[in-house]
Design a protein around this ligand. Structure first.
Ligand code: NDP
Length: 285
């Protein structure tokens, strides 16, 4: 029987610690950390993600605000909002929910966020820090995956990790973060020839491709710890990129979908907001 990498439980434990930290701030009469999410348009998946983030903030005591902008907002209008939030001393974390409507490019908007408030870790300053292995904000899903592996004492140093997917949001930062953790990392993508030849050698396999149940028994060996980032809807049911039922008895450890990486992503956003708060408070003395 493999170890279940229970992201739901791990996230609940982290939330309990954060809640205690915030209760201490409250008891001392201090300003509380605050996250603001900019939601442009009303894409149902985005609305649902933003609502979950808001609820998680409330559970631990982080102040949370959702600013809703219409689908017809221009890039300049969104940047104006970001600049207001950059200047607002009560705001520690700013997150622009992606994707933006109508395929609007997000680069200029992300670059307008103050890097010290960029709790999603997508600003080029934070991307560079990750590459340079310096302290900065790391994208929430990538950091959440590593936290999950560490919580279950999956050895990282010297391990061969195969990351499936190379997106800016998940695959690339994960590969970098695992390199910084002293893993030997192989990145596979849609142009990779014969992915199973790499994954079968891996100690750690992370699937972030958005292809329902693509990772089957043929991809894995019994030594693999498998983290499934994928979220795919099949017949109104959420499934991951890994064929969980068919590999669960083979591998060493595996995260489920749902209740795996999803809750870790959200709790990491709370951690990053708390980190932004702590840094800003230290800076202001
Ligand atoms: P993207 O679509 O941006 O990237 C997908 C990546 O997978 C690309 O690098 C692509 O390769 C690669 N890929 C696609 N198909 C294949 C294939 N058949 N074989 C090998 N590689 C393939 O997706 P994201 O990175 O944003 O998300 C990936 C998955 O993770 C999605 O299911 C998403 O819903 C989920 N997700 C889950 C989160 C969570 O909190 N649990 C958070 C964020 C995302 P190429 O670069 O060559 O095109």
């Amino acid at each position: 029987m493999s170890i279940l990498l229970d992201g739901k439980q791990c996230a609940l434990d982290i939330e309990s610690t954060l809640k205690l930290d915030i209760e201490k701030l409250q008891a001392l009469g201090k300003r509380l950390p605050k996250l603001v999410v900019l939601l442009v348009g009303d894409n149902p998946a985005s609305v649902s993600y933003v609502t979950n983030k808001d609820k998680a903030c409330h559970r631990v005591g982080i102040l949370s605000e959702i600013i809703r902008l219409s689908e017809t907002s221009t890039e300049a209008m969104i940047i104006d909002e970001v600049i207001k939030l950059n200047k607002d001393d009560s705001v520690d974390g700013i997150l622009v929910q992606l994707p933006l409507p109508n395929r609007m490019p997000s680069k200029k908007i992300i670059e307008s966020i103050d890097p010290n408030k960029d709790v999603d870790g997508l600003h080029s300053v934070n991307v560079t820090k990750l590459v340079m292995n310096e302290k900065g904000f790391v994208p929430c899903t990538a950091k959440g995956v590593v936290t999950l592996l560490k919580t279950y004492h999956i050895p990282l140093q010297g391990a061969h990790a195969v990351v499936l997917g190379r997106s800016q949001l998940v695959g690339r930062p994960l590969a970098q973060l695992l390199t910084n953790e002293n893993c030997t990392v192989t990145v596979c993508h849609s142009k990779t020839i014969d992915i199973p030849q790499y994954t079968r050698m891996a100690d750690i396999v992370i699937a972030a491709i958005g292809q329902a149940k693509m990772v089957t028994k043929d991809y894995l060996s019994s030594k693999a710890a498998v983290v499934d980032v994928g979220i795919n809807k099949v017949d109104d049911k959420l499934v991951g990129d890994v064929d969980f039922e068919n590999v669960v008895d083979l591998v060493r450890a595996i995260s489920p979908v749902p209740k795996g990486v999803g809750p870790m992503t959200i709790v990491t956003l709370l951690q990053n907001t708390m980190e932004a708060y702590t840094l800003r408070e230290a800076h202001h003395g």
